[in-house]
Design a protein around this ligand. Structure first.
Ligand code: RB5
Length: 144
């Protein structure tokens, strides 16, 4: 199960991602927002971050205008490794090397065509473990 969340700046792209996931039969839970009315991105980062950190959802996707605020907020939650990606290479290696559990996107930065490719890359890439597991472990230690 994938957790989805956005503020008003990311709402339209979230809806396109939902359509894309529906076509592929990928299950998700939409934590909002549910319109283009102005709202506060940390609230959606919190909802999605907690769903992923608790294990309710395996991974998440968060979207705001730049992807910056919503990824900053998500990364305050223990156990969350949110990666803001604007290209497929970063999305792939955020999984391979960093075991990112949330993908953050900037809807005002990239077009929806690229965003959907980034989503597919993120969902189809797996953590390599090994020396990277040690490094991810050191990131986790910073939370203590
Ligand atoms: C909202 O106007 C905008 O600040 C927000 O979507 C995001 O870009 C913040 O980082």
């Amino acid at each position: 199960m994938l957790a989805l969340g956005s503020d008003h700046g990311g709402y339209a792209l979230k809806q396109e991602i939902i359509e894309h996931l529906d076509k592929k039969g990928i299950k998700y839970k939409d934590f909002g927002t549910h319109s283009e009315d102005s709202c506060d991105y940390p609230l959606y980062a919190e909802a999605v971050g907690k769903a992923v950190a608790s294990g309710e959802c395996e991974r998440g996707i968060l979207i705001c205008g730049t992807g910056i605020g919503i990824s900053m907020a998500a990364n305050k939650i223990k156990g969350i490794r949110a990666a803001l990606c604007g290209d497929c290479f970063s999305a792939e290696f955020s999984r391979l090397h960093n075991d990112a559990n949330i993908l953050a996107l900037g809807a005002r930065v990239i077009g929806s065509g690229l965003a959907l490719k980034i989503v597919d890359t993120f969902l189809n890439s797996e953590f390599e473990g090994g020396r990277h597991a040690r490094r991810v472990g050191l990131i986790s230690k910073l939370e203590e």
